[in-house]
Write a protein that binds this ligand. Sequence first.
Ligand code: IMP
Ligand code: MG
Length: 177
Amino acid sequence: MKKDPLGEVYLSAEQIQDRVKELGKMISATYQGKELLLLGILKGSFVFMADLVRNIEIPHSLDFMAISSYEGVEGSPEAVKILKDLDESITGKHVVIVEDIIDTGLTLGYLIRHLEARNPGSINICTLLDRSIRRIVPLPISFTGFDIPDVFVVGYGMDYRQLYRNLPALHLCDITV
Ligand code: IMP
Ligand code: MG
């Protein structure tokens, strides 16, 4: 019989919710009086995005993009493809990219260069998880939920082979089974 890859809880639903509230407050304070656009990167960020926007107290719009994950030759920007582009212009807007987890930063590094060409007012990143020890491309991460070591996690929107996105907590996952 195949072993279940799902492991123990790494961050509880309550720990996540408490931190998301704080991130919402920080974003509200930082972008007061500015034209704010939250840009979720599909699919992993959809749960975090839904909770985050309900904790932001200032007017803002939101949009989503889907990009292929970085599976090509290391360092080659052609390896990232835009599968779903923005619906509206970001020119002059203050963009906060919402991510589930940032690892090497290769995918987001490419995306930011691409978005900068569209002349936004500013671009920052809000990520629930930052596996900063694996970073290759330096990124402007202004809002971080939790810094995590080199463990693979699922739940709260994050998947292993498209499963477990529905779990309200974050769990460790053994991707060798
Ligand atoms: P990178 O920063 O370009 O290396 O890629 C980060 C992306 O890989 C994230 O947005 C996730 O979609 C995926 N990813 C990285 N680590 C994990 C994990 O522990 N669980 C689930 N997805 C992950
Ligand atoms: Mg992602």
